[in-house]
Every structure is written in C-alpha cells, then in structure tokens.
Design a protein around this ligand. Structure first.
Ligand SMILES: [Zn+2]
Length: 118
C-alpha cells in the first residue's frame, strides 16, 4: 500500500461517540471505479483500507477511513444514468411518495439529501 487514507474518523459521524468498533475488514482496495481487469493487475495502483465499523452507542455502520475527495472523485466516471433500472426505480419511488402523501400536482417538493465530505 503506497498511500494511507486521508484520515481515520475516530468518532461516530452521527452522534460523535468514541465507542467505535471495527466489525469487518477486507483487503486494502483501490478506490471504486479503479479496479483493474485481471490482465492489468500487475500494474501498480494505490490501495486503501476497507474496514467496516459500527458505533456502539448509535449503531451507525460506516467506513471509518475517509479518502481525500481528490483520490475518490478526481477521476470519477460513475453517472447514475448508467445503472440499469435506477432511473425507473426513482420514478416509481417518487410516484409512491406522491400517492402515499397525497401530494398535489403543483406542490413544491424539496429533496433533502446528506452528502458528507470530510
Ligand atoms: Zn454514534
């Protein structure tokens, strides 16, 4: 492993507890989208810790190693539209929410999502 992760979160990101317990550890791996085909696996590529941890107080399951966003997303090729069926899933999900909530056609709807960058 050439580099280390940018940082290791020692506190829960939800409740800030220090009671974090590692529950599963995989082999250090390249960031997503940078896996090489078998024919190119002899090439050098940086690998990072891939450990799953849980907050003993809140139960938040997370990856405690946070990579520099430039490493994770500097050459990020994923786009939602390439995932087969995902757009259709979101459309059906929106229809279900509209139906469940009785939302009128001209209503203002705000999507609040959490995307954390550390
Ligand atoms: Zn917590």
């Amino acid at each position: 492993m050439k580099n280390i992760a940018k940082k290791l979160d020692k506190n829960c990101r939800v409740c800030y507890s220090k009671n974090i317990e590692e529950v599963f550890e995989l082999e250090p791996s390249p960031p997503g989208d940078l896996f090489l085909p078998k024919t190119q696996q002899h090439m050098s590529i940086d690998k990072y810790p891939l450990t799953l941890a849980i907050c003993s107080d809140f139960g938040y399951l997370h990856l405690p190693y946070v990579l520099d966003p430039e490493i994770s997303y500097g050459n990020y090729v994923y786009e939602t539209k390439v995932t087969v069926g995902l757009s259709r899933h979101y459309l059906e999900y929106a229809k279900d929410i509209i139906s469940y909530g009785g939302i009128a056609p001209d209503s203002l709807v705000v999507d609040l999502s959490l995307c954390q960058q550390s």
